[in-house]
Design a protein around this ligand. Sequence first.
Ligand SMILES: [Zn+2]
Length: 266
Amino acid sequence: MKDVHIPNAVKLVLEQASEIAGYLWEREWIERNGGNLSVDLTDHFKEVSLPPDLSYIDKEFPKEAANLYLYITGASCYLRRLIDKIDQASCIMHINKNADGYAIIWGGEMQDFVPTSELASHLTIHLFNKSQNSPNKVVLHAHPSELIVLSHHKIFQDEQKLNQSIWKMCPEVRVYVPRGIHCTPYAITQSDDLALMTIDAFKTRDVALWEKHGATITAPTIEKAWDFMDVANKGAKLLLMAWSAGFEPEGISDKELKSLEKLFNL
Ligand SMILES: [Zn+2]
């Protein structure tokens, strides 16, 4: 039993993780151990003191990660378990002040639990956000089906065209994915290359669509990350539906798009 006080704000984050995992599962976007989720909780633990006898596991982290509190899903854990067994499939970890060890201060109850193998890439994104004083505290990766299908189409090689095509499908996509999708070229999962390309993606876009793999998003809350994925995928789905029905969709006209952009200050 870990004797660490969990602030109410963190309990709300955990509730939201369960809720959104339910949506991801219903959509079939987190098959088996697909997908992972992390939240930088450092701000919420400022007033919390940790037990002095907490045991830390040796692991080297970037120095900027010192004293970070991170909610993160587990390696080989099924994200659908976040719905009703969140303390088994995920944990809150504290990285020590020398950034050479971590302790699990909540959760991680599954036998042989370790944080996701994507921990390094999640941390890279969180540390980038921190360096930018960004409000984005969440990193969500999942496998939204229609977006993945679109990343197999030749339109994926023309980012401008891909964004115009999905924005024109429905006003909501233009408004709620205002910076659009980054077409992130295929790179092997867990690689530094992929993490660095993803950071680059977030400088200009809301969604990093990893070619032939999935989507990664950083946002202030888990719900907002889900919203980006949900709405972007809606645009992709509508486009694919039109193509499947055998026609090129007319799309919202450039003039109509312009007035929408004006109305919402995009
Ligand atoms: Zn994946």
